[in-house]
Write a protein that binds this ligand. Structure first.
Ligand code: GSH
Length: 215
């Protein structure tokens, strides 16, 4: 499998899950500013012009983070990275996937997106960042309450949801949203950051894009 990614973008979530799964994969870095990758025009890989993209051994491609995470988890069902398809627990997990994608991630992605001009998916102006903080904070407060007495989103073990939530929390920190105001989330983030697979993935990806072009 090939994961098309940009450092620190939402592609971090499938990257973490692939690393945890033990599945074989290679990485292709995408320059989101110029929409280029080592093979040329990235828009030929994903006409929607964004990462992540997962390319399977047979050349088929999947986009949309929440779908890619399910594909990876279902490829290694013995690892229980998501509950079994058809179980009620699976629908509860899908509820979380949808919440993270539509309520949390979507509210992080800035309406200031500059399309082909900039890789910047997070707000760069103070006004834009303030708007993001106002939209995202109540959702993070909800997750904080859920995590009371839980080490992971689904309770027991590490799941695809933790790969996703961890990724979104790295964005919160980049936008100077103080996770310290939510005790459970703060603890959760610190504990996942120390996870060997996540540590490895962060090392591999390196620093994310600068919030300001001059940085
Ligand atoms: N709906 C997509 C959104 C993906 C997305 O917004 N990707 C951002 C990085 S986190 C991106 O590649 N943006 C480039 C651009 O919009 O030009 C998903 O859930 O995967």
């Amino acid at each position: 499998m090939i994961l098309f990614y940009a450092p620190g973008a939402s592609s971090l979530a499938p990257h973490i899950l692939l690393q945890v799964s033990g599945l074989g994969f290679t990485l292709e870095k995408v320059d989101l500013t110029n929409k280029r990758w080592a093979g040329g025009d990235f828009n030929l890989i994903n006409p929607k012009s964004y990462v992540p993209v997962l390319q399977l051994e047979n050349g088929q491609r999947l986009t949309e983070c929440s779908v890619i995470l399910q594909y990876i988890a279902d490829t290694v069902p013995e690892q229980a990275l998501l509950p079994a398809v058809g179980s009620f627990a699976r629908y509860e997990a899908l509820q979380w996937l949808s919440f993270l994608a539509m309520e949390v991630q979507k509210n992080f992605i800035t309406p200031e997106r500059h399309g082909g001009v900039s890789a910047n998916f997070l707000a760069r102006t103070e006004a834009g960042q303030q708007q993001t903080r106002e939209r995202v904070s109540p959702r993070l407060a909800f997750i904080d309450q859920h995590l009371a007495g839980r080490e992971h989103v689904l309770g027991d073990g590490f799941s695809a949801l933790d790969a996703y939530l961890f990724t979104l929390l790295t964005w919160a920190r980049r936008l100077a949203i103080d996770l310290g105001q939510w005790r459970q989330l703060d603890r959760y983030f610190a504990s996942l950051k120390a996870h060997p697979a996540i540590h490895q993935v962060l090392e591999t990806e390196g620093p994310p894009h600068a919030l300001h072009p001059a940085d």
